[in-house]
Design a protein around this ligand. Structure first.
Ligand SMILES: C[S@@+](CC[C@H](N)C(=O)[O-])C[C@H]1O[C@@H](n2cnc3c(N)ncnc32)[C@H](O)[C@@H]1O
Length: 250
């Protein structure tokens, strides 16, 4: 399957529901605003009202709650090894009857029937599941309806040796052992069983400039515009970006 690489324009109009999800989900750095907007735009691309979506590796559950706020008539399930909880989550569960959280393993979705979801999604999640791409693909293609989509937002790409070195250094400083990069060969493996695979690429200058541009919104916006131009002029650069979103269609 041929993978399509893109670099969404940070200045392109975005679905207002995706914009509203940014503060609701919170925690994104200004340098990655374009990436998150493009990713949330993908979650909102199909009207989810009356439909069913599953977030895998949802962590504290904010993204599932943000999507349930955007689509109060959808059924949105947030799954993680540890079920999301706490006063904020309790409040969202009271407000949003379609929202629920479960403790479970992304590799074992046996509690869900075949072809029962319109959307399966995750954020900063695929690189935690990359040790068993075949197992993940089997489960997700099983539970997705025909035409359903599998969307991953904010994933690390490992083809750029400089960025891979910076990332390894940052994780060593943070003593974080559970992190890895992703490669196009893994996307090709994941894409088997899907009819379409798009990799949205972000952050060329944006990655080394991150520390500075996260302190200056205007610099972050400028760098995102420059990165977009660079990837338009030199398409081969996309593979060497630091981050990506992944959009697969069954
Ligand atoms: C980097 S966090 C991302 C959390 C959240 N998606 C976010 O954007 O803040 C990765 C999450 O993946 C979860 N996780 C890792 N392996 C998993 C698995 N096999 N099944 C379900 N969740 C898993 C972890 O518990 C953790 O909450």
């Amino acid at each position: 399957m041929k993978i399509e690489t893109t670099h969404p324009d940070p200045e392109a109009p975005v679905d207002p529901r995706a914009v509203a999800m940014l503060p609701a989900v919170g925690g994104f750095p200004p340098s990655d605003r374009g990436l998150f907007l493009a990713g949330y735009g993908e979650l909102c691309r199909v009207d989810l009202s009356g439909r069913r979506a599953l977030e895998i590796c949802g962590g504290f559950g904010k993204l599932a709650a943000g999507l349930a706020t955007a689509y109060p008539e959808a059924e949105i399930i947030g799954l993680d090894l540890y079920a999301a909880s706490g006063p904020e989550i309790e409040e969202r569960l009271r407000e949003l009857p379609g929202l629920s959280y479960v403790a479970g393993d992304a590799f074992d979705l046996s509690r869900y029937e075949d072809e029962s979801f319109d959307l399966v999604f995750g954020q900063a999640a695929l690189h935690h599941l990359a040790h068993d791409i075949d197992g993940l693909r089997r489960e997700v293609t099983r539970v997705l309806k025909p035409g359903g989509r599998f969307v991953f937002i904010f994933e690390p790409l490992g083809h750029n040796p400089l960025f891979a070195a910076i990332r390894a250094w940052r994780f060593a400083l943070a003593e974080s052992g559970d992190e890895s990069n992703l490669y196009f060969s893994q996307f090709e493996k994941l894409a088997q069983g899907f009819s379409k695979c798009e990799v949205q690429c972000f952050n060329i200058l944006g990655y080394p400039m991150k520390a500075l541009s996260d302190r200056m919104q205007s610099l972050a916006e400028l760098v995102q515009r420059i990165d977009h131009r660079l990837m338009s002029w030199f398409p081969a650069l996309k593979k060497y970006a630091a981050n990506c979103n992944l959009v697969l269609t069954k």
